[in-house]
Design a protein around this ligand. Structure first.
Ligand code: CA
Ligand code: CA
Ligand code: CA
Length: 299
């Protein structure tokens, strides 16, 4: 709950008020002791579940990302953006103006479109590339964990940056040494009837991933479901863990470990509210960037 408390405190007396100092009784503007000290730039990485039920997020991001880029650059110039797409494996997108670093809404929009059309629409895993096999993904859980590990360790975070990850997914994850392609959990990935098995090992544990994120001083903000989907909305394959486990790691403990946003001084938002339109993605992201900027992570 520390993360939520921090967010509420910041909402009440946020960075803008702090930076402007205080106005004393005589009306002069007296800088607070730390005024002007923070010169952090903003590095914001999207870690997105591109499986079929998540295409609405890609659509909304394509529509709204220009607002996010503008707001971030208004807060402080030269914002950097990254994108990691995942299903049963992941890819660190390298179509930005500086390879894995995007600096414009246009290149992000093009990337969101590509993932939706080439990967989401074909159940193709991002790490397999555009000619990889289709009709993959034999169990519902998705590999957010290895994607988050890559965000922590592979994205070129700048030393002087406020570091934020936005992860969007509607399911929980597996840990090493499980395998996302092993639909029946028998340790083999050799079944070829639908949904076809494939070799998609989970490479990291939750402990390794959280440690990497904390070491990199990355806040994780998740957009995930708070409640189970109706039968009609459910992932059409089997799953490793019960439906009740879809919140594990985001808003409920994962095998006893506190959720990832809570362990990284972030927060979770309700993905269903994004889907229904009652929570605006760009507005929410812009606010959490403001709240995070120059606000040291409390671990
Ligand atoms: Ca899915
Ligand atoms: Ca899956
Ligand atoms: Ca198997």
């Amino acid at each position: 709950m520390r993360a939520l408390t921090a967010a509420l405190v910041l909402a009440a007396c946020g960075p803008s008020a702090r930076d402007q100092g205080t106005v004393d009784a005589a009306g002069s503007n007296t800088p607070t002791p730390d005024a002007g000290e923070c010169k952090e730039v903003i590095d914001l990485v999207f870690v997105l579940d591109t499986s079929s039920s998540m295409d609405f997020v890609l659509t909304k991001l394509e529509q709204q990302i220009a607002d996010v880029v503008t707001a971030s650059n208004t807060l402080v110039a030269d914002s950097h953006f990254g994108l990691i797409a995942f299903q049963d494996n992941f890819a660190l997108d390298a179509t930005g103006s500086m390879s894995t670093v995007h600096t414009t809404a246009a290149s992000l929009q093009a990337a969101f479109r590509t993932y939706k059309n080439v990967y989401t629409a074909n159940n193709r895993n991002p790490g397999d590339g555009p000619t990889g096999p289709t009709t993959q993904n034999p169990i519902c859980e998705e590999n957010s964990l290895d994607a988050l590990y890559a965000a922590a360790n592979t994205f070129p975070w700048r030393p002087n940056a406020t570091r934020v990850v936005i992860v969007a997914t509607d399911d929980t994850y597996l840990e090493a040494t499980d395998n996302y392609g092993d639909r029946d959990g028998d340790g083999l990935t050799n079944k070829t009837d639908f949904p076809r098995e494939g070799n998609y090992p989970a490479n990291r544990t939750m402990t390794e991933t959280v440690s990497a994120l904390r070491a990199a001083k990355v806040r994780v903000f998740s957009f995930s479901r708070l409640t189970q989907p109706s039968i009609l909305e459910r992932c059409g394959t089997g799953r490793r863990y019960p439906w009740a486990a879809i919140t594990d790691g985001w808003t409920t403990p994962y095998k006893g470990a506190a959720p990832i946003p809570m362990q990284t001084d972030g927060a979770n938002y309700d993905l269903d509210q994004v889907k229904s339109g009652s929570l605006n993605l760009a507005t929410t992201i812009n606010q959490l960037v403001v709240d995070s900027h120059c606000n040291p992570i409390i671990l």
